[in-house]
Design a protein around this ligand. Structure first.
Ligand code: GUN
Length: 277
């Protein structure tokens, strides 16, 4: 499943919509500290946002920022009429508790859908202001390839607040029978083998081998990390698994670009919603 090609289509459509908007959607990205991976993500997000005609502003705070400084910035952005969407890049430095700050973001500006109001709305299937970008992108890509989710046995490996949990909820809302596996799960390969749709979001390189995959299953790889020699890998042993799976996402070029596209879609949706008030 080619997430790169599909995300390009989605971004082109967003760009056309933004062209016709008088007030452009605006996103504020908060980056605290010097995590190199976070800096790359934030730069990519900002570049894409600008290409679409969004207003994008990054607030780069120093590593030793204290809780009050971060709190003040979030509250200021909440009340700023020119900010539609707020993204707090995670992880935060160790002395700051992520959840405390996620809960300060106005749910109507919570572009990641991480605020408990938005998680609760997802759980009750009642129109969250935004849905977590990676899970949303996964469902969208599955639908693009006409994967039948209704009634499917879906196995999600990983239970993070960012991916595993919201993804399980979305799959359930689409009438899948959902199993969430994690680091304490017994007989993981046997459970994974029962999946019609197998989604791995662990960050463990090569975890999913051919023994995990039923013939004809759909496999989604959410893992992404760089080798010592610079090669980008995922959770799935692509070579052997692609011979068994009916559909599979590559890394890179699968879920990564879909996540960015969904971030842009969420920003646009929040700005259209905020314009009503
Ligand atoms: N860090 C890694 N992925 C993400 C994401 O999707 N959102 C935020 N806010 N931080 C991240």
């Amino acid at each position: 499943m080619d997430g790169k090609a599909y995300s390009k289509e989605i971004l082109e459509q967003i760009k056309i919509k933004v062209c016709n908007m008088q007030k452009k959607p605006s996103i504020a990205v908060i980056l605290v500290g010097n995590n190199p991976a976070s800096q790359i993500y934030v730069n990519n997000k900002e570049k894409t946002a600008r290409e679409l005609g969004f207003v994008s502003k990054t607030y780069h705070l120093k590593e030793n920022t204290n809780a009050n400084e971060l709190k003040d910035l979030i509250l200021n952005l909440n009340s700023d009429k020119n900010t539609d969407a707020i993204l707090l890049q995670l992880p935060l430095p160790k002395h700051l508790v992520s959840q405390d700050f996620i809960e300060l973001i106005d749910p109507k500006k919570d572009v990641d859908g991480f605020h408990p109001i938005n998680c609760g709305k997802l759980m009750t299937n009642s129109n969250p202001y935004a849905i977590s970008c990676t899970p949303k992108g996964i469902i969208k890509l599955l639908k693009k390839y006409n994967v039948k989710i209704d009634g499917a046995n879906a196995v999600v490996i990983g239970r993070s607040n960012m991916v595993g949990k919201p993804l399980a909820q979305l799959l359930l809302n689409e009438n899948a029978t959902v199993t969430v596996a994690h680091s304490k799960t017994k007989n993981l390969s046997a459970i994974a083998h029962g999946a019609d749709i197998l989604i791995s979001a662990t960050g463990i390189k090569g975890l999913v081998t051919k023994d995990f995959v039923k013939s004809g299953a759909v496999v989604v790889d959410v893992g992404i990390f760089r080798d010592e020699d610079g090669k980008i890998n995922g959770d799935v042993e692509f070579e052997e698994v692609s011979k068994i799976a009916s559909l599979i996402t590559p890394v890179p070029g699968g879920i990564g670009p879909m996540t960015i596209a969904m971030l842009m879609e969420n920003t646009l949706e929040l700005s259209l919603n905020n314009a009503k008030f």
